[in-house]
Design a binder for this molecule. Sequence first.
Ligand SMILES: Nc1nc2c(ncn2[C@@H]2O[C@H](COP(=O)(O)OP(=O)(O)O)[C@@H](O)[C@H]2O)c(=O)[nH]1
Ligand SMILES: [Mg+2]
Length: 459
Amino acid sequence: MFDALSAKLSDVFDRLTRRGALSEADVDAAMREVRLALLDADVALPVAKDFIDSATRRAIGQDVLRSVTPGQMVVKIVHDCLVEMLGQGGDADAALNFNVTPPMAILMVGLQGSGKTTTSAKLGARLTSRDRKKVLLAGLDVARPAAQEQLRVLGEQGGVASLTPIMGERPVAIARRAMDTARREGYDVVILDTAGRLSIDMALMAEVAEIRGIVKPAEVLLVADALSGQDAVNTAKEFNERVGITGIVLTRVDGDARGGAALSMRAVTGRPIKFMGVGEKLDALEVFDAQRVAGRILGMGDVVGLVEKASQVIDRAQAEQQAKRALRGQFTLDDLADQLGQIRGMGDLGGLLGMIPGIGKMKKQIEGANIDNKMLARQQAIIRSMTRAERANPKVLNAKRRIRIANGSGTSVQDVNKLLKQFQQMSDMMKKMGKGGRGGMFGGGMPPMMPPGFPGGMR
Ligand SMILES: Nc1nc2c(ncn2[C@@H]2O[C@H](COP(=O)(O)OP(=O)(O)O)[C@@H](O)[C@H]2O)c(=O)[nH]1
Ligand SMILES: [Mg+2]
């Protein structure tokens, strides 16, 4: 669904992440392009405007200066804004509200042909097989003769029971009977599939509101067709204001909709998209996951993941200072301890490097170098067991001191010796690198990480 938008954004960000430094004007220009891409995708104008305002405000703040590269940071900010636009609020929003006395009622509302009946059956099948719920489907659409039969047939395919229709029964009475039956027969969930109209009308709204009053549904889900774009957004707004909805199911996401409905729905209604229909088959229903959808739209999951991990641990200013000192031959044991901490904080080093484009080969080397967190922790402990004077000038570390440090850190004298030797090799290497005029391993943006051989075999 988001192909065109995705392609445009990826153009904008490719250019941005390739640059080293970014000015405010660069960010502004990029945001203008993002705005155009959103509008092209049919995102509602005020929604696009809010989005850009919020992203720009964040991008021009302190955060950019202090983290990774500015371009990558902007990608991350846009990603976060996308996630918020799609469904900020976390888990409680995504899941259905089962926190009621059973039977829990789910009222499906929406325009005719939006996919209510199909979605009712899909949801019933999902709750039956995945959540082990006993589900009853009830067709309230008496306008079309075949509607209740359609629901029954679909339900049967998914192994879900349906309320047996009674000729001539009115929707409100069907709803009552469905709830009574569910109570009597121990159903956990009742899904009520209402009749749609070609467009919003007062009679429809009044009927839905009356049913709502009777069954007191835990969820009122508006089913909206993604292909209808801005109309779907307007429909959702109307239904929310007149009937009150708890969430949205966006259908035909498998089609070639431009995505604007999905992107504006949440902002315009204040209600989350809970599920999306991705096909006609019964299993073609997915939980709407804002993170995943945002990731799919941006197509830059690797950069976002990298920034997330790195920004947790790397302070750019500190890293740059360290790098400068290192190249001047002033790399200290304190710097080494910092780096060990940063690498540990990143978790799996191999995994982190794998996220940096073009570094796959190096990743293998590093994974082969036996760097593991336990070892890093021990090396940190050794450095921490030294006094400040010792860290500043390791030359004073005679045999007696080394024994004290080994005892203090729960390691052996050999371990201490090894660390000191490797530290010496590292500082020598960095001095050489400094003379060669080369920055850190990643061109100066990251701290000079340890060379692949370091700190081998201290287990
Ligand atoms: N491709 C696709 N078709 C869907 C989806 N949801 C529903 N449909 C189709 O849309 C048509 C109308 O659906 P229906 O459930 O009868 O809509 P209702 O009038 O709101 O009850 C049917 O042909 C469905 O198979 C979806 O997510 N993807
Ligand atoms: Mg129907």
